[in-house]
Design a protein around this ligand. Structure first.
Ligand code: HEC
Ligand code: HEC
Length: 309
């Protein structure tokens, strides 16, 4: 072997070793893990129910065609540019669901995107937003889910295109794009603004649909909330910032009303995935819906694509 070939071999081995090290599940845990977490209060399933509604867990985890909205057997196809995901069973079933999980395992899944066996989750599960919720709130959410009926069935495996089908590679995505932690209240803002930010940016994961994404599928920070691609079909997901291409003409009450009954100020009703979101936000109280509206109206205006009606 000549010298360049040998050098190439050494570099190749180095790159492989580095890749192997970087994608190691447990090393990953050391980066994002929160193993030292201890609850600061008794888990509160009533608060968990509010978070469950705000988080729209039903929209992805309810088995399609089930009459019971809390039939959390999973399996509803979620189409993305990377392939189709079939969200898992998150019911209280000990075998097929998460009934046997510990509180810490659950918190790590929703906040760090890491499973009990150390596997990284695809960000189609919006833990990128859920991680902004406090571990105590996540524990409340878990305690509520455990009160829901067990469902014994396993949905089919995801159908993803190569190389996205290599789960281990998701660790690299997490290293590059998974950021931020619990959102703490800002001292110079009102209680409702802080509550609104906590709900919109965290558990409500509104930015996940309402923002453009880069080629790796991560939200483009500077364009957050300025509208996103519509994975369900034509058109775009509208701009939520108070720009003229967004919600400039909407009052806070208009936004809060939409989150309650699905009607825009022109008496159009929202459809598709937003209709699903509204079924969830309709279960919140007026104070929480108004808080979200107050926060959205306070965002810097960012110009986005105009929607063709
Ligand atoms: C946009 C769709 C979507 C929403 C909304 C969603 N999930 Fe998921 N969830 C997924 C997908 C997809 C996976 C599988 C990810 C993977 O395989 O890497 C998943 C995985 C999970 C897992 C891991 C289960 C396991 O068996 O390993 C848990 C726990 C979970 N979700 C809880 C929740 C909770 C709680 C909520 C609401 C706060 C929620 N999810 C909302 C799509 C979603
Ligand atoms: C699963 C994707 C998804 C999520 C999550 C989502 N939205 Fe939407 N949203 C949409 C789509 C799609 C539309 C357009 C619906 C239509 O016009 O029929 C929409 C429309 C809206 C509108 C109406 C805007 C207009 O110009 O007509 C508002 C306001 C809104 N969403 C607020 C929110 C808030 C607040 C959240 C978080 C609690 C949220 N959305 C989360 C997909 C989503």
């Amino acid at each position: 072997m000549n010298l360049p070939a040998r050098l190439l071999l050494v570099v190749g081995i180095f790159v492989l070793a580095a890749g192997y090290w970087l994608t190691d599940f447990d090393a990953h845990f050391a980066f994002f893990g929160d193993g030292r977490w201890k609850p600061t209060r008794v888990a509160d399933a009533v608060n968990g129910k509010v978070l469950f509604a705000a988080g729209g867990c039903i929209s992805c985890h309810t088995t399609p065609g089930s009459e019971d909205r809390v039939h959390l057997g999973g399996g509803k196809p979620l189409k993305t540019p990377f392939g189709t995901f079939y969200p898992p069973n998150i019911s209280s079933d000990p075998q097929d669901g998460i009934g046997r999980w510990t509180e810490t395992q659950f918190i790590r899944a929703v906040r760090d995107g890491t499973g009990p066996d150390g596997k990284p989750y695809y960000p189609a599960f919006p833990y990128t937003s859920y991680r902004h919720m406090s571990p105590d709130d996540a524990a409340d959410l878990f305690s509520y889910i455990l009160t829901l009926p067990p469902v014994s069935e396993k949905p089919r495996a995801h159908e993803l295109a190569f190389p996205f089908s290599i789960r281990r590679g998701v660790v690299l995505w997490q290293l590059a794009f998974l950021e931020g932690t619990v959102i703490e209240p800002a001292g110079n803002q009102s209680e409702s603004w802080n509550r609104g930010r906590y709900l919109v940016e965290g558990i409500g994961h509104c930015a996940e649909c309402h923002s453009p994404r880069n080629i790796a599928g991560a939200i483009i920070d500077e364009k957050r909330f300025s509208g996103g691609p519509n994975l369900e079909g034509k058109g775009i997901v509208p701009n939520l910032t108070p720009d003229k291409t967004g919600l400039a003409t909407w009052s806070e009450a208009d936004i809060a009303n939409l989150l309650k009954d699905g009607f825009t100020p022109d008496f159009d009703s929202v459809g598709g995935s937003m209709a699903e979101v509204v079924r969830n936000t309709a279960e919140l109280n007026d104070t929480d819906r108004m808080a979200m509206a107050i926060y959205l109206k306070s965002l810097p205006p960012i110009s986005g694509q105009i929607r063709s009606k």
